[in-house]
Design a protein around this ligand. Structure first.
Ligand code: GLA
Length: 383
C-alpha cells in the first residue's frame, strides 16, 4: 500500500483520490462450463490488484505500472491497442468498452500494483480489468451496475485484448463475498452466495510453475468442440441451446451420434454442470467430504475426458490425494499449467506443504509455490 501511494506521488505528484482493489479468484468447481451457459462456483481470494487513482480533466489517461516500470498515456476518445506495452491493454480495453457502453468517463491518472501471480490461472487479468473499471467509475463520479461492469470487462478481454474467455473471472472478481463461494448461472447471470463453512479447513492453492502456454488455441478448440456437439445434438433434442440444456440420460441415448472426441468433451461438461449443482447442495448441508469427492471427480474428468490437464497438474493433484487430511483436490482455471486447488484439514496443511515441496520438484524438476487462501470480498474501495 505504501509502495503504491509513494509510486503515485512520485509519478503524478500529490495524493491519489481513491484506492480501489479487485481480487483474483480460485474456482472450486465448474471448469469450462461458463462458455457452455453452465454453472461455476468460484471464490474471490485474498490476492488482489490495487489501483491508486485521480481524475484528470484533460481527457487523458496516464497509467503507471510498477512491474515493468512504465508509464503509458492515451487519449480517452481515441483508444488503440498497444502491442508494445501489452499489460496496458487491459486498462485501454475497459476504458474503451465502458465508453462504448455509454458511460461518460473522465480522464484519469493511476498507478497499480498487485500480488496475484501472473499467468498462473488465478485471473490476474480479470483483477486488473475490474480494478481499472472501478477506478474509472469512481473518478468519473458514476455508478455502474456491478453485473454490467463484469460484462464490460469480459467484453474488453474478448474484443480488445483478444482472449476468448467466459464470464466467470470478471464476475467473481466484482461480486465475490468474504467466506462465500459464488454460484453463478452463466446463462441468466443469476447468482447466489454460498456460505463456506470451512471451520478447521483451509483452501490451499499450489502453483505448478508451468505457464499456460498452449492455452489460447486449445481453449478455443474446446469451445468449438462443445459447439459442434450442440449442433449435432440439436437435431436429436430440439430446443437445446447449449450443453447446459442436455440431460445426462438423453446424452447417453444419443452420444453415439457424436465424433468420439466431441462425445468425451460434451460428456465432461454435462457431468461437470451436474457436479456444481450437487456441490452447492452438499455445501449447504455441510458435507465437505462429499464435496471433496466431487472436486476429485472434476479433476479426473478434466484430465481424461476434457484433456486440459498436464503432467505437472496431475502430479500436484496426486500428491494432494495421497496426503492424509486432504478433502479434495483438482486443477483450477483453464488448465495446461497454472494452479491446483485443494481443501485440506487445518492440522494437515503442514504435511501437505512438506510433501509438495519435496515430491513435486523431485518428479517434475520444477519449484512449486503454495498459497493458503481465504475467500474474500469482490472489488471495492480500500479504506
Ligand atoms: C479461464 C476463462 C474462464 C473459464 C475458465 C475455465 O479462466 O477465463 O472464463 O472458461 O478458464 O473454467
Amino acid at each position: 500500500m505504501e509502495m503504491l501511494i509513494n509510486g503515485f506521488r512520485e509519478r503524478f505528484g500529490g495524493e491519489p483520490e481513491t484506492i480501489m482493489r479487485a481480487p483474483g479468484r480460485v474456482n472450486l468447481i465448474g471448469e469450462h462450463t461458463d462458455y457452455n451457459d453452465g454453472f461455476v462456483l468460484p471464490v474471490a481470494i485474498d490476492r488482489d490488484i490495487m489501483v491508486a487513482s485521480r481524475r484528470r480533466d484533460d481527457g487523458l489517461a496516464r497509467i503507471f505500472s510498477f512491474d515493468p516500470d512504465i508509464l503509458v498515456e492515451f487519449p480517452m476518445d481515441d483508444i488503440e491497442y498497444d502491442s508494445e506495452n501489452r499489460w496496458s491493454n487491459y486498462s485501454r480495453g475497459v476504458a474503451r468498452h465502458l465508453q462504448e457502453a455509454g458511460h461518460n468517463l473522465s480522464g484519469m491518472e493511476a498507478a497499480f500494483l498487485g500480488n496475484v501471480p501472473r499467468g498462473a490461472g488465478l485471473s490476474s487479468s480479470a483483477a486488473l480489468e475490474v480494478s481499472m473499471a472501478m477506478s474509472f467509475e469512481k473518478v468519473s463520479g458514476l455508478e455502474i451496475d456491478p453485473v454490467e461492469m463484469a460484462l464490460i470487462c469480459q467484453k474488453a478481454e474478448n474484443e480488445f485484448v483478444g482472449v476468448n474467455c467466459g464470464i466467470m473471472d470478471q464476475f467473481i472478481s466484482r461480486m465475490g463475498r468474504r467466506d462465500n463461494a459464488l454460484l453463478l448461472d452463466c446463462r441468466s447471470l443469476e447468482f447466489e452466495q454460498v456460505p463456506l463453512n470451512l471451520e478447521g479447513i483451509k483452501i490451499v492453492v499450489c502453483n505448478t510453475g508451468v505457464q499456460r502456454g498452449l492455452v489460447d488455441s486449445e481453449y478455443n478448440e474446446r469451445r468449438s468442440e462443445c459447439e459442434r456437439g450442440v449442433k449435432i445434438l440439436e437435431e436429436l433434442l430440439p430446443g437445446i441451446k447449449a450443453l447446459r440444456d442436455v440431460d445426462i440420460s438423453d446424452f447417453h441415448k444419443y452420444k453415439n451420434h457424436l465424433p468420439e472426441i466431441t462425445e468425451r468433451r460434451c460428456e465432461y461438461v454435462i457431468e461437470e454442470n451436474n457436479r456444481v449443482l450437487e456441490s452447492v447442495q452438499l455445501l449447504e448441508e455441510g458435507d465437505l467430504v462429499g464435496f471433496g469427492i466431487l472436486m476429485n471427480e472434476s479433476h479426473i474428468g478434466l484430465r481424461d475426458e476434457y484433456e486440459v490437464s498436464c503432467p505437472e497438474l496431475d502430479t500436484m493433484v496426486t500428491i494432494a490425494w495421497s496426503t492424509e487430511g486432504v478433502i479434495g483436490s483438482r486443477m483450477t482455471g483453464a488448465g495446461f499449467g497454472g494452479c491446483t486447488v485443494t481443501l485440506v484439514q487445518e492440522d494437515a496443511v503442514e504435511e501437505l506443504i512438506r510433501k509438495v515441496n519435496k515430491e513435486y520438484p523431485e518428479i517434475t524438476g520444477l519449484q512449486p509455490e503454495i498459497y493458503i487462501c481465504t475467500a474474500e470480498d469482490g472489488a471495492g474501495v480500500v479504506e
